[in-house]
Write a protein that binds this ligand. Structure first.
Ligand SMILES: C[S@@+](CC[C@H](N)C(=O)[O-])C[C@H]1O[C@@H](n2cnc3c(N)ncnc32)[C@H](O)[C@@H]1O
Length: 263
């Protein structure tokens, strides 16, 4: 069954409204193949019926967002940022850190943060640290919470990291409980989510390699909301290929893809 132009446009608008994701016409075949399975599973007659189904209940629509975005991630991604963070940490006067990984995918990003802090804070036990890790996709969050990775997935880690922070079971590397305990996983949509649930400000917000899915207007809105959750001198980290194109008040670039709040 072929998706009609109008039906595709309806989904384009819905995906944009729900997730801020701009879906190009080039994704028609991908979207069609994903939607066809649902049409069959739900015994519907057309893509239009499915669209109306989703208008009433968008709870499963994230699966479509999953199909059109990528969950690609890795441990210690964006090497230069970790280098910068070493210097940044040495300037922190209070031994308290609140950190948010805003599109955490399968967990490599928040686990890297935890490992990085363990490795780089001299008196680690004296620090009060909380890491929040969120993603739109409930399925990818399940994998993140499990914290189990294949040989290929742990490629960014050194032998020492693997020995210290993972348990090996067959071909699987399982993140140790002490690292897991540093992180709280939750689902959160960066575009439509209610930011007022965050009662405390963050010192570091990682929002890496997700802005690419948003158009300029949505990027600007999301960055402003994130900025409001940063305390003074705190950092916003984007992906290496992402940048803030329009000036955002009280947010200044400090090095490539890292921005600092200055009030
Ligand atoms: C390419 S991964 C980036 C993972 C990690 N931040 C990194 O840089 O390695 C993009 C992630 O963004 C998530 N995502 C896409 N749209 C989102 C939205 N509106 N709100 C929250 N997460 C979203 C996807 O589910 C996916 O896991």
């Amino acid at each position: 069954m072929k998706i009609k132009k109008q039906e595709f446009q309806n989904f384009q608008q819905l995906i944009y409204k729900e997730f801020g994701i701009s879906l190009s016409d080039r994704k028609t075949t991908l979207v069609q193949s994903r939607l066809r399975k649902w049409v069959q599973k739900l015994n519907l007659r057309s893509y239009q019926d499915l669209y109306e189904y989703f208008l009433n209940d968008t709870s499963e629509l994230y699966l479509l967002a999953d199909a059109i975005t990528t969950n690609v991630t890795s441990f210690f991604r964006e090497a230069n940022q970790w280098q910068y963070l070493k210097t940044y940490l040495s300037t922190c006067t209070e031994k308290k850190l609140r950190i948010w990984s805003g599109a955490c995918s399968s967990g490599q990003e928040p686990y890297t943060i935890a490992i990085f802090l363990k490795e780089n804070l001299k008196d680690f036990n004296a620090w009060d640290i909380k890491i929040l890790a969120t993603d739109l996709s409930k399925d990818i969050l399940k994998k993140a919470m499990k914290g189990e990775y294949s040989q290929k997935e742990v490629e960014g880690l050194t032998k020492t990291h693997l020995q210290k922070y993972f348990l090996k079971s067959g071909e699987t590397y399982k993140i140790k409980q002490e690292i897991k305990d540093m992180i709280i996983f939750k689902s959160f949509n960066l575009v439509t989510g209610n930011y007022s649930i965050f009662k405390n400000k963050f010192n570091l917000i990682f929002c890496r390699n997700v802005m690419i899915y948003f158009d300029k207007k949505t990027q600007y809105q999301v960055i402003n909301k994130l900025k409001n959750l940063l305390s003074n001198k705190s950092l916003l980290l984007l992906g290496q290929s992402e940048s803030i194109t329009e000036p955002v008040q009280s947010l200044q670039i400090v090095t490539s893809s890292i921005y600092q709040k200055k009030v």
